[in-house]
Design a protein around this ligand. Structure first.
Ligand code: B12
Length: 167
């Protein structure tokens, strides 16, 4: 599976169980109680469902977390030396990552089904899934002070995606 994921352009892969986000539930509640979600009201709707993948899909037994490194080849900070020019966030320079990663996730999920069976669902920002805590539990890295997942191999520049499976 790792070889197949690499061939599709994924940089990192880890597997975790769906009940792995239990402590994330309390943290998410604290985050909402503090009003840290600002005007992103949708984050506050049904936090128990967001924190527990089994509420999203009762059939899920394993979650495959994937990362795509979006770090550029050149040093993106060099733009800071040109005071009269604007810099564009590295993540916004390519095509929309939702489209790119969803396509890759679907391809990998199809490969998994063809080789091992089971039902699958794929997610990249597309549902109430706590992708960062799940990726941490799957061993892809840890949540830094900026709340994003930091990978030992790729730093912060790692888009995340998930394959939920009944396997
Ligand atoms: C909403 C959202 C945003 C919002 C809010 C960001 C935020 N911090 O949550 C906005 C629009 C601001 C945003 C911006 C960006 N985003 Co965004 N965003 C999301 C989205 C859709 C949901 C995140 C979410 O649920 N947030 C709500 C909070 C409650 O979730 P949480 O941080 O996981 O909360 C947990 C922790 O805070 C933790 N916690 C609380 N206290 C503590 C204390 C400690 C010590 C620890 C360890 C944990 C902890 O408990 C909470 C529950 O588990 C995700 C995709 C997804 N489904 O996860 C992408 C996602 C997080 N975004 C991503 C990216 C790339 C960005 C940007 C870098 C893009 C850019 N260049 O501008 C910025 C980064 C800004 C930042 N520092 O967060 C990536 C991050 C990849 C990674 N390596 O982690 C994601 C995962 C998308 C993806 N599929 O790749 N984003």
């Amino acid at each position: 599976m790792t070889a197949q994921a690499k061939a599709l352009g994924f940089s990192a892969l880890g597997i975790t169980s769906p009940e792995a986000t239990t402590d994330a539930q309390q943290r998410l509640q604290r985050f909402l109680d503090d009003g840290s979600h600002g005007d992103m009201d949708w984050l506050a709707s049904d936090p128990a469902r967001r924190a527990d993948p089994r509420r999203l899909w009762s059939g899920v037994r394993s979650i495959i977390m994937l990362g795509v490194n979006y770090g550029p080849d050149e040093d993106p900070l060099s733009i800071l030396e040109h005071k009269t020019r604007g810099g564009i966030s590295v993540y916004a320079r390519g095509d929309d990552y939702h489209d790119l990663i969803k396509k890759k996730l679907k391809e990998l999920a199809r490969w998994l089904q063809a080789n091992a069976g089971g039902e699958v669902k794929v997610f990249v920002d597309t549902a109430a899934v706590l992708e960062k805590p799940l990726a941490e539990r799957a061993g892809l890295g840890w949540q830094g002070k900026h709340t994003n997942l930091v990978s030992r191999d790729f730093g912060s520049w790692l888009f995340l995606g998930a394959i939920f499976t009944t396997l």
